[in-house]
Structures are given as structure tokens and as C-alpha cells.
Design a protein around this ligand. Structure first.
Ligand code: NAP
Ligand code: HSE
Length: 433
């Protein structure tokens, strides 16, 4: 049996998953790849940290030089996260002809071009299955299995942390911050969970997926983004009344060459398959013009699911001859030029929640503003004095399909009314048509 040495950069949630799988599934990996894999070095910040599992102290290092200068190490696994030093380490390792596996969606989405170009130049393999949707083989699915198709639509629940939070708020009525803490303890959240709850993590993942699915360069700023921090239990209750659930949805629609790319909380029918993707599970629904609708489902975060994707990339590299370079050209994402929609140009249905003064004429004033802006209202709900001991009521409006720009202009006018206390929320509704 041939032997190969690899190195891990990072031994946190994902690093731990990779380490555990390489040990527990040693025989499967050996038979499938033709190699016995030895983890020769693991780069960490603190060698003395209590990690809760066995790892030989002598392979831990705090010096990247120990890895870069060891020519017997053929593959480097980057699971540190963030931009620097992850970027510099990967570029340097490629220069030394080491193949790379990474789970770093932030770096891929914001500075991926430089890494792809370096990998191409050095002829090394650069794989990143774990960067989107944890254990789900979605990158390979798009890059290998869907190449016969023009992709028309892609909808994804691609962040485990926010899906866990929304599920627990919906099903158990739990508080946002308590559930976020649980998601952090379970190893789903990013080092800075703002990335999860404000939608940045989903934005990075959508930029990566759609670059590959649509063969075009997509910058993070081409993807409109909103997180889940404005969702309150009252929105979840209203969604239930409408037989809907709220999900942080990543959406991309190709409308005659223009891409409508966005990440935001979305009300979807409770009977749609994506509505039943709960906890830290992820799912990606892709509509191809030949294959029709396909849905990929599985665990989107956590040590072992993510480790599974990383280790599968290691096996892919080993199945090639690791000492011959240029075997696997980098997948190109500059095949077509596309236009991108501004959020004001999109068409959608909307749920709008306002807090207004409870007095004669308010409802008429507000509905006529929406009418003037060509926004047709499907329903208006005011249930009485929901805010106790104050002369305030909650008003919920649901629109028919209309231009977002018109809804925003109407809300600007509503915001100026003396009877308006607060525009609490605007949530898009998706019918998947
Ligand atoms: P993590 O738990 O914070 O672990 C980071 C690891 O990197 C730690 O072991 C840390 O060392 C080490 N590290 C950080 N900065 C370092 C530096 N400057 N030099 C040397 N070592 C350094 O992160 P994670 O959750 O495993 O995530 C890692 C990557 O995978 C990120 O890109 C993340 O977005 C991605 N990802 C995570 C998941 C998930 O479910 N968590 C899923 C998919 C992708 P110490 O242990 O000594 O502190
Ligand atoms: N923080 C990410 C999530 C990890 O919650 O989905 C997986 O990429």
C-alpha cells in the first residue's frame, strides 16, 4: 500500500471532523484511494488547548514553516477560516506543488480568482466541496453531473445556523439568542456568528454556487443580502396563519441572461419540500432545462458532515497521480457574461408588518399610498389592540406580485405618516413558479 503525508491547517470543528474520519474510516479511505493517509502535521494557534479527543502532541505545530518546508507533505487541508493567513498559506503551499483542499467559502467568494489562477499556474488540484452546504456533494453535482444543462433557477437553504434558529423559534417557540448559543455549542456557527445571522455566509455560498452553475464571474456584491435578525415570533405566527414557514433562502433566477441573485428571509408554503428542511440541515433545489427540478438534501454544518466533504476531496486528489501535475484543470467560471438585477427591479409578493396608531382613517391612508404606487394588496389584517395599554395596532399587508421598487417607494411615504410608529418587517414570499 502506498503512503501519503498530508497536513491540516486548523483543528477546530471541521479539522476535528477530518481527523476523526481519517482515523475511523481508515480502511475505506485506503481501499478507495489506494493510499494510506498519514496526517504528518497539524497547524494550530495553541498546542496546549484541551480538545476533548486524542491527538498526538508531536504532530501539532504553531509554525507554518514546518509544513511548507516538508516536501514529503503532498496535500494541505485549510480549515482555519477567514482571509489571512489562510490565503497566504494556500498560495504558498501551491507554489511548493502541494494540492489544496479548503472549506473556506468566505475566501473563495471574496478572493477565489487569485487562488484558482495560482492552482492553474502550478498545476495543482484545488478542491472545495465543503465550502457550500457541508456534507452535501453540491459542488461536484454542479461541476460534474449537471454540465448538460442550462441552469434556470437555484434555491438553497445553505446556512445551518440560521436554519437551526428559525426551526427552533418556529417549532419550540424558543428565543433567538438562546438558540444561537446552542448552534454555537454544536459547532455550526462561524467564529463570528454575525456572518451566519446577517446572511453573509449564505451570500458567499450563493456567489460560489451560481458562479459554477451559470459559468459566470459573480462578485459577492452582486448578491443582495438580508439576514434573520429582524424576524420576530409574531412574524412566525403570521406565517403559520398563511400556512407558510420562514426560511433564509438563497435564490438565483436567470431571466433571459440577467441574474436575480439574493439571500433573504422568505415565506414559503408549508407543503413545499424546502419548508421541511429543518434544524442544521441544508438543501439546494436546482432547475435545469433538461433535467427539471433536482433537490440535494443533507447536513449543512458540523464536524463530521463537513469533514466528510473534505475527506472526499482528499480521496479525489489521491485517485489522480499526486506527483503528476495539471491533471485536473480548474473549472472555469468566465464562460458567459451576465447582467445582474438591482433589488428594486425584482418582482415578488410581500408580507409587510407595520405598527400604527389605532385611529379612524389610518387604514385608508396606508392602502391608498400602496394603490398610488401600483402595489395591489391581496389582504390587510388588523386584529385589534395587540399591543396592550397603548393605542397601537399591528397592521399586516400582503401584496400581489409587484415591483420591489414600488413597494419601497410606498413604504417611504408610509414612514412619513404621523400615525406610523414603525415599519417592523418586509418579508418576500416565493411561489417557486
Ligand atoms: P474553528 O472551530 O474556529 O477552528 C479554526 C481552527 O483554526 C482552530 O483549530 C484554530 O486553532 C486554527 N487557527 C485559527 N487561526 C489560526 C492561525 N492564525 N494560525 C494557526 N491556526 C489557526 O473553525 P471551523 O468551524 O472548524 O471552520 C473552519 C473553516 O471551515 C471556516 O472556513 C468555516 O467557514 C468552514 N466551514 C465550517 C463548517 C462548520 O460546520 N463549522 C462547515 C463548513 C465550512 P486553535 O484550535 O489552536 O485555536
Ligand atoms: N456556519 C456555517 C453554517 C457552517 O451554519 O452553515 C457551514 O458552512
Amino acid at each position: 500500500m502506498k503512503k501519503v503525508k498530508i497536513a491540516l491547517l486548523g483543528l477546530g470543528n471541521v479539522g476535528r471532523g477530518v481527523w476523526k474520519i481519517l482515523n475511523s474510516n481508515k480502511e475505506e479511505i485506503m481501499k478507495r484511494s489506494g493510499y494510506e493517509v498519514e496526517v504528518a502535521k497539524i497547524l494550530v494557534r495553541d498546542k496546549n488547548k484541551e480538545r476533548g479527543f486524542e491527538v498526538p502532541k508531536e504532530i501539532l505545530t504553531t509554525s507554518f514553516n514546518d509544513i511548507i518546508e516538508d516536501d514529503s507533505i503532498k496535500i494541505v487541508i485549510e480549515v482555519i477560516g477567514g482571509i489571512e493567513p489562510a490565503r497566504e498559506y494556500m498560495l504558498e503551499a501551491m507554489k511548493r506543488k502541494k494540492h489544496i483542499v479548503t472549506a473556506n467559502k468566505m475566501l473563495l467568494a471574496t478572493g477565489g480568482d487569485e487562488l484558482f489562477e495560482r492552482a492553474d499556474k502550478e498545476g495543482v488540484m484545488f478542491l472545495y466541496e465543503a465550502s457550500v452546504a457541508g456534507g452535501i456533494p453540491i459542488i461536484n453535482g454542479i461541476n460534474e453531473s449537471l454540465t448538460a444543462n442550462k441552469v434556470e433557477r437555484l434555491y438553497g437553504i445553505v446556512n445551518g445556523t440560521t436554519n437551526y434558529i428559525l426551526t427552533k423559534m418556529d417549532q419550540d417557540g424558543l428565543d433567538f439568542n438562546d438558540v444561537l448559543k446552542e448552534a454555537q455549542e454544536k459547532g455550526y456557527a462561524e467564529a463570528d456568528p454575525t456572518s451566519d445571522i446577517e446572511g453573509y455566509d449564505s451570500q458567499y455560498k450563493l456567489a460560489i454556487l451560481s458562479s459554477l452553475a451559470f459559468g459566470t464571474k459573480i462578485r459577492v456584491q452582486d448578491v443582495y443580502r438580508e439576514g434573520i435578525t429582524k424576524i420576530e415570533s409574531i412574524d412566525i405566527e403570521y406565517a403559520k396563519e398563511f400556512k407558510k414557514v420562514i426560511k433564509l433562502l438563497a435564490v438565483v433566477k436567470d431571466n433571459y441572461g440577467s441574474l436575480d441573485l439574493r439571500v433573504h428571509p422568505t415565506m414559503i408554503s408549508e407543503t413545499h419540500p424546502l419548508a421541511n428542511v429543518n434544524d442544521a440541515f441544508n438543501a439546494v433545489l436546482i432547475r435545469g432545462n433538461a433535467v427539471g427540478d433536482l433537490m440535494f438534501y443533507g447536513k449543512g454544518a458540523g464536524d463530521l458532515p463537513t469533514g466528510s466533504a473534505v475527506v472526499s476531496d482528499i480521496v479525489s486528489i489521491l485517485r489522480n497521480n499526486i506527483d503528476i501535475y495539471n491533471l485536473n484543470p480548474v473549472v472555469k467560471n468566465n464562460l458567459w457574461e451576465k447582467e445582474f438585477y438591482d433589488i428594486n427591479e425584482i418582482d415578488s409578493k410581500y408580507y409587510i408588518r407595520l405598527t400604527v396608531e389605532d385611529k379612524v382613517g389610518v387604514l385608508g391612508e396606508i392602502t391608498s399610498i400602496f394603490g398610488d404606487m401600483n402595489v395591489s394588496l391581496r389582504s390587510v389584517i388588523q386584529k385589534g389592540l395587540e399591543i396592550k395599554n397603548e393605542n397601537k395596532v399591528t397592521l399586516v399587508l400582503v401584496t400581489h406580485i409587484c415591483k420591489e421598487g414600488n413597494v419601497r417607494k410606498a413604504l417611504e411615504k408610509v414612514a412619513k405618516l404621523d400615525s406610523l410608529y414603525k415599519i417592523n418587517n418586509l418579508i418576500r414570499m416565493e411561489d417557486f413558479e
